[in-house]
Design a protein around this ligand. Sequence first.
Ligand code: BGC
Ligand code: BGC
Length: 594
Amino acid sequence: MQLETSRYRDTQQSIEARVQDLLSLMTLAEKIGQMTQVEKNSITPDDVKQYFIGSILSGGGGNPDPNTAENWRKMVQSYMQPSLETRLGIPLIYGSDAVHGHSNVVGATIFPHNVGLGATRDANLVERVGYATAKEILATNVHWNFAPAVSVPRDIRWGRSYEGFSENTAVVSELGAAYVRGLQTVIGDDRALGSVKHFVADGGTEWDSRADMPYTVANNWQAASENWRIDQGDARIDEETLRTVHLAPYKDAIEAGAENIMVSFSSWNGLKMHANTYLLTDVLKGEWGFEGFLVSDWMAVNQLTDDFYAAVVQSINAGLDMVMVPFDYKTFISTVTEAVQNGDISIERIDDAVSRILRAKFMWGLFEHPLTADNLLDTVRSEAHIAIAEEAVQKSLVLLKNENDALPLNTGQSLYVAGIAADDIGLACGGWTIEWQGGRGAITDGTTLLDGLKAIYGDDVQYDADANFVDKADVGVVVVAEEPYAEGEGDRDDLTLSEADSQLISKMREHCEQLILIVYSGRPIIISHVSDMCDAIVAAWLPGSEAQAIAPVLTGDVSFTGKLPFTWIASMEQLPQATLPASETPQWAFGHGL
Ligand code: BGC
Ligand code: BGC
């Protein structure tokens, strides 16, 4: 029987009174359940109820089948319902990585990845992107978005560089806070919760620093993949650098209303962040007075040591409030229970963790509105959201080079287009799109640059992915792209444009008077060996599902305004790019944009 008349249900009471009332009614099992976050395919709705689970998540690609917004809505409801049927009826909170729009959902608006938003330098626009994303996730009953990343990627070999707005802290701070404000805007009775990540200095790790960390394959599954070389590594920096470069954006995000922070897989001077009491508890919750809750990253607790009991005790005592387990929740729950019984985790620490989680659930209105307004479904890739995405695409474009009046294009000119990416939605979206690693092709609804050019030039534009043209056009446009990747799968010790793409550019050069190169990438890539062949070069980052919007900028109907959010290096010797000495000239400096 539910305690419907209890004080915690009374919206006239203060949030603190509601939290304290509810906490006083909870058993230890109910408390530990709140601290448990489980991956959706690893649990049944019955177990959600039996174990009082506080949160469920979809990891990258954790999609229903068929993958539609309507099915997402039903899927989330199927987990929410049993939580409402527990003794105290505490709603769970469902999370997913809507890191550039609701990017797991087929048919959602896919905005440019953060690197592109960084190029816009437009906080108002980023706020609107956050707001639009909130509507689309709420449409599917998802309340919690694991975004924004306020990473400050100092070395672009990192496969998560594109998740950061910029290598520059001030840009990250401003745009991160704007995103939080937009995302967390109240929408009718509903509101989305952000997760500011990954705390802290995830973008400050050193290449190969993971190699000498005390990992075993058992506690570090990526150790089995040789690609992961800087992601989840060690940031070897002093405290002043940590604070000024990497910590500052969290302060602005908290001031903008952030109530959740995700802890980083990475380490600071050899100590895993998930064990760092000083930063998680002393600085964040003490010095800064942060009242929100901290969530672990995916199975990150297991990385502390092979002894799971010790890892759980260490991380919860360091200040972790909720654990993204994400699979074996039964072992997690029994381990925490045992640790409390043994006195290795105090009940005060448990109560503090649970209070923080409950506070957010009350603040976000989950008790009153566990399920969201269904008319929000109309906003999923609505005209209004496409317009915001197209604006973001256009403002993200950085004109790196423009000689011989190559741009703007003149619609009277004949036009050849080459490169598979010119007509490929998956390549324009990059990682964290439908699947964790993203993928090529028509993985979701959207438009391509080729669509945009056809809309302007009609059938006069000729497209051949491999540039197999016979004659010569006035203008040739070549679109090259990085293959999609996510996390450490995208760590690279060579960022040079591929041989095949370099050859494609040479081939197109023979078939046009003027050559325009468009680069789709999650970071600067090395193109110094082909740039002399190009009359104009445009960095388009990972534009997302509305890439047709690039075309009007090429024709001059919309102006270029984007500025480089990262230093564009000329060679691999210039890494890490963010600390390139002034005596070294990069290909294009931070802030460049014609
Ligand atoms: C990533 C996080 C993400 C989480 C859930 C982790 O591997 O590091 O950024 O939010 O998975 O998908
Ligand atoms: C999941 C991601 C998660 C990653 C962690 C993947 O299987 O889909 O969400 O971030 O594992 O490595």
